[in-house]
Design a protein around this ligand. Sequence first.
Ligand SMILES: C[S@@+](CC[C@H](N)C(=O)[O-])C[C@H]1O[C@@H](n2cnc3c(N)ncnc32)[C@H](O)[C@@H]1O
Length: 385
Amino acid sequence: MDDFIEIRRTATKGYGVFAKKAIPSYTVILQEAPVMTIKATPADPAKREASIEEAFRKLSTKDQEQVLQLHEGSHPNAKTKATRIFYANVFEGGEGTEKLYLTRSRFNHSCVPNAAASGDEECVRTERAIAADEEITISYLPPFEDAMTARQRATILHLHYHFKCHCPACWPPNQSWKSDVRRQLIGFISYALVGQNTPDFRPLNVCQPMSMKWPFWPPRPTPSGRVLTPVQEIEYNFLLGNLRQAEGLPNHLAAEGYLQASRNLMYHQRKYETMSATKDIIFLEAARCIEAWYKKGLELEEKYYSPGHQQIRDGKKAWTTMVSRIPCLEYLRQTTRMKARGEYRPSKNGGDFAVLVNKADGSMTSLSQLETADLIRQRSRPRRG
Ligand SMILES: C[S@@+](CC[C@H](N)C(=O)[O-])C[C@H]1O[C@@H](n2cnc3c(N)ncnc32)[C@H](O)[C@@H]1O
């Protein structure tokens, strides 16, 4: 921890964690064992309170002193300072446990965090490159935060942690409408891609007491019964990449959208290359999209991991194999080289949307989008007589 981070006062959020120097993305900046661990008993607040008090009593005097210096929060039902502190700083520990950490507790929340706490590995890792002196934040919200509006996130933060969020996605208040629209679209699209309707977060628009017994919580997605068309699947994934990037969400999530769009288009492109009506038509425009979305996804993945990370090396290897197997990508390369030598001209009707390949002599005729559509229409027309 001494290498990367230090705890300092912030202007509006009490203490916070700051970068002592520039830190690359995907770096473990804190590895820490919890100071207190209790068994989670969400349905029984009295039992939970008793477990916290018992765990606190068992601590050494030094640890007790350190715990008592943490942010106290303002949980209305906590009976002692120690339990109030526990409620304000608790992390879900996995396998039905709740944990309290001395240093991790100093990370403030952001709805566009630049780091993430991992329960399994007991560590905090950066999710993007962080500049020296920048505040490092994590998210306290449940997994569907990407799909919730600022109002809905505020309700959860208020009811669970009793504070008003001052992160860039929520502050200044009432200016988040663009971000709200993006997050609702992210919700709609990501659930639609797995055949589900977005869970209904609307009850969070009216602040109500939210307890673990509340029937609405946790909200569950329902099956949509709709199957997306191949074009929808491609467009939805591409849009997901765009929206996540615009929303400042971690780069690997945006990368996933672009890479999936590229893979889906490649998959459907291969079908055209075997159908009798289209097998000699090479769709260069599709190849351009496949390549551009792949490059965009890779660029974002490299920002998230580092360029030399195994995930990036594997991705590049898979891409090289694919390029050699997918004719349209190979033809795109060929026509680019030919263009540079002046041996290939786009169609007179404008653009080179596709090329018609003469399989006998390998020559190519460039086709505009309209010419391509006309040719496919002619070939698909049923023959008379
Ligand atoms: C786990 S503590 C984080 C460290 C704390 N700031 C401190 O001084 O120790 C959680 C508390 O920090 C403050 N906080 C965290 N994130 C915040 C945010 N995005 N906006 C406003 N306050 C925040 C709230 O008071 C919250 O109850």
